[in-house]
Design a protein around this ligand. Structure first.
Ligand SMILES: C[S@@+](CC[C@H](N)C(=O)[O-])C[C@H]1O[C@@H](n2cnc3c(N)ncnc32)[C@H](O)[C@@H]1O
Length: 253
């Protein structure tokens, strides 16, 4: 039977690829890579570098497909996400059927960890449910940008016994929810932290964490938010895209 490996490859530092991920990389015959176009070319290149660095038998292949456009606006999002999943599932399904033999092993290289804000597992489940191509699959955890950020700031993500909220910029727009003192925010294109008017919050921010372009800033949110905003727009202009994450921690007024 065909086997798919959904492999977490860490968030940008090639040294943060796990031994388990390296074993899975070496078991794969064909890697499926979604090319998101433009600014994400750098990330496709990094995936290829990881393959070159860690795979000993050079006979693997990389098959690329253009990612269907994802719905952007709030209204288009609700209506369009189902179609987007379907379109992605159809592309993957076709690639698996055409590129893998009956006992072939396919791989998806997932940024960070496959369990955080990544659609690969959901799409693979969807293809399995359609039942047109038979396969087994496995998820290999990776170092997420969440852990990479905490390590680079040499901090924990929460106080002793406290809960941690992992959320997106879209959901943070209203500020830290009642009773939550620690939140990690991903996928925040607009910088939702700018609108938070709370004097008791610290921020630990990082862009391109783990890569040669890494930028880190930390401090009392109200004191550093303008500088972080300037830094992130300069970085975005310079590089053409930005990938940043931050921890917000309520530590008193
Ligand atoms: C689609 S999510 C994928 C998250 C990924 N699965 C993980 O475990 O980190 C992309 C978001 O992850 C965060 N991210 C991923 N890699 C990062 C990095 N090297 N530095 C800072 N943020 C990163 C950013 O918030 C970005 O918008």
């Amino acid at each position: 039977m065909r086997k798919l490996f959904i492999i977490g490859i860490g968030a940008g530092d090639p040294e943060q690829v796990t031994v388990q991920a390296i074993k899975a990389l070496n078991a794969v015959d064909v890697f499926f890579v979604m090319d998101k176009g433009g600014e994400k070319d750098d990330l496709v290149r990094l995936r290829k570098e990881i393959c070159e660095r860690y795979i000993e038998d050079r006979s693997y292949r990389i098959v690329e497909a253009r990612d269907p456009p994802r719905p952007r606006s709030e209204t288009a999002y609700a209506a369009g996400i189902e179609d987007w999943y379907e379109a992605r599932a159809a592309i993957y399904e076709q690639m698996i059927g055409e590129e893998l033999g009956p006992d072939g092993r396919g791989g998806f290289l997932v940024w960070g960890d496959p369990a955080f804000y990544d659609s690969t597992i959901r799409i693979v489940e969807r293809i399995a449910a359609r039942g047109r191509v038979a396969f087994d699959y496995e998820s290999i955890p990776g170092i997420s940008s969440i852990q990479a950020l905490a390590a680079r700031h040499r901090t924990t993500l929460h106080g002793i016994g406290e809960p941690l909220l992992v959320t997106t910029g879209r959901r943070l727009a209203a500020g830290l929810p009642e009773g939550i003192d620690n939140a990690v925010v991903l996928l925040d294109a607009d910088g939702a932290f700018k609108a938070i008017e709370d004097d008791g919050i610290d921020i630990y921010w990082g862009a391109y964490v783990g890569s040669a372009d890494e930028i880190l800033r930390a401090g009392r949110l109200r004191e550093v938010k303008d500088e972080i905003e300037r830094t992130r727009s300069d970085a975005r202009a310079r590089k053409g895209w930005i990938m940043d994450t931050y921890l917000l921690r309520r530590s008193g007024g």
